[in-house]
Write a protein that binds this ligand. Structure first.
Ligand SMILES: NC(=O)c1ccc[n+]([C@@H]2O[C@H](COP(=O)([O-])OP(=O)(O)OC[C@H]3O[C@@H](n4cnc5c(N)ncnc54)[C@H](OP(=O)(O)O)[C@@H]3O)[C@@H](O)[C@H]2O)c1
Length: 245
């Protein structure tokens, strides 16, 4: 049987990278995107020949068009799409700037929205779209207003797409990670001390006694991308070690 072809947006570091590595270990063919050349090169050199890397800024609609064309040229059609690229920058509601609002929404929501829309033409029947949201959608955390709104918008989109795309055999499901140790914390501008306090707090208060790792997310994403989840629609798998219980 041919190996399944999966596109992972933001597959160069953190959760997306761990998913790429896990899928490749199960003989999937994986196409990863990212916007930083250095991160993309490093990921591809570690992942090997079953990975294909494409530099693509998910906040640019023309870049998404180019991405789809590129994937179509190299692979024809695909079996699944993990909509994972995202950023987090903490800011109080009162001090959230228009620039931060636009950046977060353009990457986390608008980019995700149009990535799915533009990939429809090369998604097989059946195929799977998996969205990466967050526990922030159902548990409030201060200083996350625009990030939370971007992830809530994504979750609500999942419902509608499961109705509109049903005839094409496209199903949409969600993974909702808790605080996960990844480069996102450093990229958000947090100091090393703030990161270590955050990780220690969530380790100490979690029923599993440790922080969630990107490798904890990967098997859940694989399940939702695989035929094992063929009848699931708008399911949400919360992967937080029980921190929100
Ligand atoms: N870590 C957590 O605590 C946590 C919890 C819940 C949900 N999530 C979600 O999980 C997803 C992955 O986050 P992560 O923790 O794995 O962080 P990460 O290590 O920073 O990974 C983010 C990935 O997205 C890519 N990306 C960012 N902006 C992009 C853009 N404009 N165009 C294309 N690619 C872009 C990054 O590429 P570059 O490095 O090139 O920018 C990187 O590959 C995000 O959607 C995040 O919101 C994370």
């Amino acid at each position: 049987m041919d190996s399944k072809k999966i596109v992972i947006t933001g597959g160069t570091t953190g959760i997306g990278y761990a998913c790429a590595e896990y899928l490749i270990g199960l003989n999937y063919q994986v196409i990863i995107t990212g916007r930083t050349q250095e991160n993309l090169d490093r990921a591809i050199s570690k992942l090997g020949h079953q990975a294909f890397g494409i530099l693509s800024d998910t906040s640019s609609l023309s870049a998404i068009d180019d991405l789809v064309l590129n994937v179509k040229k190299e692979f024809g059609t695909i079996d699944g799409l993990f909509v994972n690229a995202g950023i987090f920058k903490g800011s109080s509601f009162e001090s959230t700037s228009e620039a931060l609002f636009d950046d977060t929404m353009n990457i986390n929501f608008k980019g995700a929205f149009f990535t799915i829309q533009k990939f429809i033409s090369i998604l097989k029947n059946p195929s799977s779209v998996v969205l990466n949201t967050s526990i922030v959608v159902f548990k409030a955390f201060a200083n996350t207003s625009v990030y939370t709104a971007s992830k809530a918008a994504l979750e609500s989109l999942s419902q509608v797409l499961n109705i509109e795309l049903a005839d094409r055999g496209i199903r949409v499901n969600v993974v909702s990670p808790g605080v996960t140790e990844s480069p996102i914390q450093k990229k958000s501008g947090m100091t090393d001390e703030a990161i270590s306090n955050l990780l220690e707090h969530f380790s100490a208060t979690s029923p599993i006694g440790r922080i969630v790792q990107p490798t904890d997310i990967a098997p859940m994403v694989e399940f939702l991308l695989s035929d094992k989840s063929l009848v699931l629609r708008n399911e949400k798998i919360v992967i937080d070690g029980g921190t929100t219980l």
